[in-house]
Design a protein around this ligand. Sequence first.
Ligand SMILES: [Zn+2]
Length: 103
Amino acid sequence: MRHSMLRKMLESEDRYFLYRHPETNECHIFIGKYSQWLRTCESPSPKSVCERVNLDLLIEPGEPEPEEIFACEEEQAARDKCATLGREVCGTCVSTLYATEKE
Ligand SMILES: [Zn+2]
């Protein structure tokens, strides 16, 4: 079925990004879309999942930039990496990785 194939190609999935806040050293999760068609991730939303960090506001001239811990990871990989980092990751952000979303 050509129609469903096309739709599949245009689908995008959530992917996870982790950035470390330069002042608090806490890591927060950001969500970006992965395009099946382009086989790449778009830049994540500047707002963290917990809504406490805005990357756009953090990046200022002369200030240390938020460190990218990982980018464009699938849910399971993001869980594993966050588990390794433990308490360095914001609890609110991590909990969303374990929120069961059933369609
Ligand atoms: Zn957070």
